[in-house]
Ligand binder design. Structure first.
Ligand code: ATP
Ligand code: MG
Length: 558
């Protein structure tokens, strides 16, 4: 119990309500260990909301020197699949956590079945022949009590026989259920003889055709928790009204460990939908390019997008745990992504919309190497070589033929600094027949080598650039928010899609050092944002994803 004393000595104010409950139960001896679990249903890929639950469950176990297990809540055979089991494991590990044990609720099917028989023997459960619709009609409403099922008072023997026949496959789906015998007049609808088992002749991804009856969540969850040794069963708020049933199951069956269910608010993030059902629809309808589409709020999508797991963990920590639902701003998540990448991502120059520049007074065929700092935040990252030559590319948006008042970059007759290199002045603008600017003829000041003023004269603008002689062609994918609406859950979420959530730039020009970029490496492209290498395209060119822009420029209601 040393742990408890240590915990009690720390600052009380900084603890969340779950930690208070835990410490209370450790102090009063209800439990002497902390065991939690993360219990996903393998019916889809994990999303940001799950990241919150993962950080919370694993984090609490770490904090109190306890254990957190992974338990697949696989009691719905029709929607579940091994593919999801694998992706969930991968995502949890990527997020930086590892489970002590991995369990499947389906491993407990024999024990749960035996417990169900025990409940029948105690006269606390019965086999009901009402169908789903009738059960609903008999349940009553919040203002009216329910009506007892005509099958409620069957004898223990009859119930046992019928339940065994359900198990043996003698009845079709939906014809019978096993129900708890609690109270049809309970003000809590979940306590009005809830269904514990239903018949489902379905193939299960792990148990095959061994079972044709499956336990309901409300029966399987508390018992699995207790059998496993879970002391704190943390779940989201919608299960608050199920807590009495959770406790009823543990008490009715005299389970030696009375696990404690604690609810917290779901994480919601604006500009996102956070339900596996909706995410699955986007995948199935081809709205996105799979579960790991970089615009998806799935963990595999965020990983593909280039989000660092450290940023997700810091975000979840910053959100805290609440007892009331709220919506967190996506900008808060992006803040942590930028914050992490500012310290860890090396800087590079990349021109996304190239405009050709010829330095007319720079010798043809000559090149020169500049040393550029990789990361001003981390000296240990050293320097790299950047090639300078007569032919360059700058960003088209860094030039304006007729500059507005606030525009301080290149325009005819104006001088700017090329980052790391020289001052250049625009002497002439070359246009095609349609009047589009296709090239700038510029001159450079050799005395400004390194980008420093030779005589104290100031330039207002600095541009990034890439040498045409040494440029690497690249496909750059600019991702932004999938939804244009802050709350895409209003009405049909597909009505709120952002038509510009992906813009592909087929021919960006990158500095030479990026030719050898490795998949998964993240960079800051100067003045543009953070990007991650996503391998190579069919032409053998490196592909980059924009992780996040440098600043929060997203306009609400955009
Ligand atoms: P969805 O509604 O997206 O299908 P779910 O709750 O049905 O989510 P599960 O696989 O049952 O998904 O969830 C596993 C765990 O993750 C549960 O403990 C659940 O409470 C938690 N969880 C799911 N979504 C969120 C969320 N948005 N915020 C916090 N925890 C969540
Ligand atoms: Mg669920």
């Amino acid at each position: 119990m040393e742990r408890v004393e240590t915990a009690a000595n720390t600052d009380r104010e900084s603890k969340n309500f779950i930690e208070h409950f835990i410490e209370e139960d450790l102090a009063n001896g209800r439990f002497n260990t902390v065991q939690t679990r993360f219990p996903p249903e393998p019916n889809g890929y994990l999303h940001l909301g799950h990241a919150k639950a993962i950080c919370l469950n694993f984090g609490l176990a770490q904090k109190y020197g306890g254990v957190c297990n992974l338990r697949f809540d696989d009691t719905n055979p029709e929607k579940e699949d091994q593919e999801f089991v694998e992706s969930i494991k991968e995502d949890i590990r990527w997020l930086g956590f590892d489970w002590e044990h991995m369990y499947f609720a389906s491993d407990y099917f024999p024990q749960l079945y035996a417990l169900a028989e025990k409940l029948i023997e105690k006269g606390m459960a019965y086999v009901c022949d009402l169908n789903a619709e009738e059960i609903r009609a008999y349940r009553g409403t919040l203002t009216e009590p329910g009506k007892e099922s005509p099958y409620r008072n069957r004898s223990v023997e009859e119930n046992l026989e019928l339940f065994r026949r359900m198990r043996a496959g003698e009845f079709p789906d939906g014809s019978h259920t096993l129900r708890a015998k609690i109270d049809m007049a309970s003000p809590n609808l979940n306590m009005r003889d809830p269904v514990l088992y239903r018949i489902q002749h379905a193939h299960h991804h792990r148990t095959g055709d061994e079972w044709c009856i499956y336990p309901m969540y409300d029966f399987a969850h508390p018992l699995s928790d207790s059998l496993e040794g879970v002391t704190f069963s943390i779940c989201t708020l919608e299960f608050e009204a199920h807590r009495p049933l959770y406790e009823w199951c543990l008490n009715a069956l005299d389970m030696p460990l009375k696990s404690r269910q604690i609810e917290f608010a779901r994480l919601n993030v604006n500009y996102n939908v956070m339900s596996k059902r909706k995410l699955k629809r986007m995948v199935d309808e081809g709205i996105v390019d799979g579960w790991d589409d970089p615009r998806m709020p799935t963990l595999s999508g965020l990983r593909h997008r280039g989000y660092p797991p450290e940023a997700l963990r810091a975000f979840c920590e910053s959100v805290g745990v609440a007892k009331a639902d709220s919506i967190v701003d996506m900008a808060q998540l992006e803040f942590f992504v930028r914050d992490h990448l500012n310290y860890t991502a090396q800087r590079r120059m990349a021109v996304l919309d190239p405009l050709k520049v010829t330095i007319t007074n720079y010798p043809e065929g000559q090149t020169e190497i500049f040393e550029a700092v990789n990361n001003p935040e981390r000296e240990a990252d050293g320097k790299r070589e950047v090639v300078f030559s007569r032919d360059l590319y700058i960003e088209r948006s860094d030039f304006m033929e007729h500059p507005t008042k606030k525009f301080h970059r290149l325009s005819p007759g104006k001088e700017i600094r090329l980052q790391h290199a020289y001052y250049i002045t625009c002497d002439e603008v070359i246009k095609d027949e349609q009047g589009n600017v296709v090239e700038l003829l510029c001159s450079y000041d050799p005395a400004s080598r390194g980008g420093w003023s030779p005589d104290g004269r100031k330039v207002k603008g600095t541009a990034h650039w890439v040498s045409a002689a040494a440029a690497v062609d690249s496909e750059v994918r600019l991702y932004s928010r999938l939804f244009a609406d802050e709350n895409p859950n209003d009405g049909d979420f597909t009505d709120h899609l952002n038509p510009d959530s992906l813009v592909i730039i087929p021919h960006a020009k990158l500095e030479k050092s990026l030719a050898s970029a490795e998949q998964g490496t993240r960079y800051q492209f100067l003045r543009q944002g953070y990007f991650v290498c996503d391998g190579k395209n069919k032409e053998g060119q490196p592909v980059f994803h924009r992780i996040v822009s440098l600043k929060d420029s997203f306009k609400k209601g955009n």
